[in-house]
Design a protein around this ligand. Structure first.
Ligand code: FES
Length: 156
């Protein structure tokens, strides 16, 4: 693990280790800074919070939000919650799968795009919604999703 990653993890541990319920915010801090929660961080987190490695790993793997490997250069998060489902999220997702050649939780072979599910982006009135690199988009139809996928693969 690079030194700067170790430093990020160390700071996150310091900030949260004595706070009740600190595990989730600690993991969020690490992922916000590094893009994922490195498996090498599990032992230090467990030790600092007086938890077992299995407990920390269980939380990381339970929540879809946490990644255990670095994402691609772009992250597309497709809403899979009820309002978006009812407005065609499955069709939109099928278009993205086809255009990118990956399934959910996967990254294209060129490292350009990671495709992830998310369960409500708070944009239900403009369903179906997705998030691209943290930017929300609403009323995305299948055609627009296909175009978006092609654009993201072209932009380094
Ligand atoms: S259900 Fe998709 S944004 Fe709320």
């Amino acid at each position: 693990m690079p030194d700067d990653a170790s430093a990020v993890i160390g700071r996150a541990i310091e900030r949260h280790q004595h706070v009740p319920g600190g595990l989730l915010p600690l993991l969020h801090d690490i992922q916000d800074a590094l893009g994922h929660v490195p498996p090498e961080a599990i032992a230090s987190i467990a030790s600092a919070l007086n938890l077992s490695r299995a407990e920390v790993h269980g939380v990381v793997s339970f929540y879809h939000h946490f990644r255990q490997v670095p994402p691609g250069r772009h992250v597309v998060q497709v809403c899979r919650a009820e309002a978006c489902q009812s407005m065609g999220a499955d069709t939109l997702l099928a278009s993205l799968r086809q255009a990118l050649g990956v399934d959910l939780h996967q990254t294209t072979a060129d490292g350009a795009v990671t495709l992830e599910p998310v369960y409500c982006l708070g944009n239900c009135a403009l369903a179906p919604s997705l998030m691209v690199d943290g930017r929300l988009r609403g009323r995305v139809n299948a055609d627009a999703a296909g175009v978006l996928a092609s654009q993201l693969r072209e932009v380094a």
